[in-house]
Design a binder for this molecule. Structure first.
Ligand code: C2E
Ligand code: CA
Ligand code: CA
Length: 532
């Protein structure tokens, strides 16, 4: 029969319970919901009283804390865990990292970390098998102290997990200031349905944690729906009754043998030139730049073909002309806007950016859909650069420009009379449009296809000369044509041997003026000279 003990009964029984190890750990597995493998476990304290039966932490831990006894119970648990790990390692079979809880009162004990360190050494447990869970409420007594303890733990090599994140104390600033290695997000603190407000909180925490490069474990996961939801927002580590209740040592040992294990994945390794961590800090220069100076920009990860947006700035939303909020963009699947062909094109660009570690550019069409405006097709030019990577995940920075209007102008050129005039149906006629003030050249589709030109060439005619389309001995003449067009010469033509193969073409330019009569554009064409 289990019965709750009174405070005085506990205090009387404590010494004996400690000595005879009736205060002992049970183990609850932490699982990768993506693979079903175990990544570690948490040790949870139990008190088995010969008279009153099993006692749970919520009843006895406050009593021990009040009476300054908790550190002794915590050290008992730490030692039992070390002994268990020693057994696992000696059996040469399986061992996973086990996290041990540290009470906020342990923080006040000067020698606490040294004491656990002594125990660990006595059992010769490699430090990677021991994690320490601290709660954010430990910061209440003073951030300074907690920071010192974290430093000390890190100094010895312990990974520190921030327990009960989301329980109320934690502001995201605490997260930023405390160098914790893992965040535990308790599903039970987030009331209501996960699709609603709770879900938004969870997903923003997960995104921010990722932004800091910190893995997240969802705890208190009881249903498949919760686990799937967490996975869908990129948090695959779960702990809860869904996979396993806390088990006594023997039962857990058996489970260890049955389940496969894998290590918890570390944080994303940020490429050093760009301190992406600072992008998250609202007061940093990087954030200031991100929000104000770079135009539309986004940070996203790419893994197993999946894109996940971590952060966008206001101008990004503006470029899309979308009435979605930044948060809505973050929580939607970016691929939803892409058709197959454009998705392939975009993914190829990502792969190039991974390979070259340089900025890569692509233009893709996306269909955006909004409740108020309906569907819209947008052409987006993206400048993409990889800024971080792990073995399986890449972090990207993308700047975007909405070039739909530009594209449509270009398309309509070919829908109009000009299509007839410049991209005539006969084969071997190439056409292009030259904008006099900007020196931009837009080639026709045939040029793009046959000569592999991009849709827009800057500083024309230099690129055509560099590419050898116009041969070196005609370069100066061709440059001079463009000066003449600028000065208002109406018409230019010549037979020019084009490409390195020196194929003779009849090349022509016709000038177009604006309403004030100033030179605006010139239409160029090159027709193959056919011998009769
Ligand atoms: P905690 O560290 O957040 O531990 C998780 C608690 O959630 C455990 O309760 C666990 O049994 C329970 N739990 C796990 N999965 C589920 C689930 O799917 N649904 C629900 N409803 N509950 C789940 P427990 O063992 O009663 O421990 C309660 C708290 O007592 C712990 O919360 C921790 O703050 C504290 N505690 C436990 N062991 C220790 C210890 O060794 N030292 C110290 N200082 N505190 C401990
Ligand atoms: Ca815990
Ligand atoms: Ca917890």
């Amino acid at each position: 029969m289990e019965q709750r003990m009174q405070e005085q009964q506990m205090l009387t029984a404590f010494e004996d319970a400690l000595k005879s190890e009736r205060i002992y750990p049970v183990y609850q597995a932490k699982i990768n919901h993506g693979t079903g493998r175990m990544i570690g476990a948490e040790a949870l304290m139990r008190w088995e009283d010969p008279v009153f039966g099993t006692q749970y932490p919520s009843d006895f831990i406050p009593v021990l804390e009040r009476n300054d006894l908790i550190y002794r119970a915590d050290l008992r648990i730490f030692e039992s865990v070390c002994r268990f790990l020693r057994k696992c390692l000696d059996d040469g079979a399986f061992a996973v990292p086990i996290s041990v809880n540290m009470s906020k009162y342990d923080i006040y004990r000067k020698n606490y970390v040294e004491e656990i360190e002594r125990i660990r050494k006595r059992y010769e447990i490699p430090v990677k098998y021991l994690h320490i869970e601290v709660t954010e409420s430990s910061a209440v007594g003073g951030m300074e102290l907690l920071l010192q303890v974290l430093d000390q733990l890190h100094g010895y090599g312990y990974l520190v997990e921030m327990d009960d994140f989301g329980s109320g104390y934690s502001s995201l600033n605490v997260l930023k200031d405390l160098a914790v290695d893992v965040i535990k997000l308790d599903m039970r603190f987030l009331s209501g349905n996960i699709g609603g407000r709770g879900g938004t909180i969870i997903s923003s925490v997960v995104h921010m944690a990722k932004w800091l490069g910190t893995p997240v474990i969802a705890e208190g996961v009881e249903t498949m729906e919760q686990a799937d939801y967490m996975k869908s927002i990129g948090c695959r580590y779960v702990q809860g009754y869904l996979y396993s209740r806390p088990l006594k040592e023997e039962a857990f040992y058996e489970k260890l043998g049955l389940l496969e294990h894998e290590p918890m994945r570390g944080p994303i390794d940020l490429i050093s030139t760009l301190n992406a961590g600072k992008f998250w800090d609202p007061s940093s220069m990087e954030t200031l730049i991100f929000n104000n100076f770079v135009g539309g920009a986004a940070i996203f990860t790419y893994q197993d073909g999946r894109l996940e947006v971590l952060k966008v700035n206001k101008k990004y939303v503006g470029e899309l002309g979308s009435n979605m909020t930044e948060q809505e963009i973050i929580s939607s699947d970016p691929w939803d806007c892409f058709d197959e062909e454009n998705r392939r094109k975009y993914e190829e660009t990502l792969k190039r950016a991974i390979e070259t570690e340089e900025e890569e550019v692509c233009e893709t069409w996306r269909t955006v859909c909004s409740k108020t405006c309906g569907e819209d097709r947008l052409c987006i030019r993206s400048h993409i650069r990889m800024i971080g990577k792990t073995e399986i995940q890449h972090l990207f920075y993308a700047m975007i420009q909405n070039i739909t209007a530009e594209k449509q102008r270009y398309d309509s050129l070919y829908d109009s009379e000009r299509r007839f005039r410049f991209a005539s149906e006969q084969i071997n006629v190439y056409a292009w449009e030259y904008d006099i003030s900007s020196r931009q050249m837009r080639p026709c589709f045939r040029c793009m296809r046959d000569l592999h030109l991009p849709p827009l060439l800057e500083n024309y005619p230099e690129p055509a000369i560099e590419m050898g389309i116009f041969p070196p001995d005609y370069a100066d003449m061709y440059r001079d044509w463009h000066r003449q067009l600028e000065q208002g010469v109406e018409h230019l033509e010549a037979i020019i041997p084009l490409t390195p193969d020196r194929v003779p073409f009849h090349v022509r330019y016709t000038l177009e003026r604006d309403e004030a009569g100033r030179p605006l554009k010139a239409y160029g064409s090159a027709a193959l000279v056919v011998d009769n």
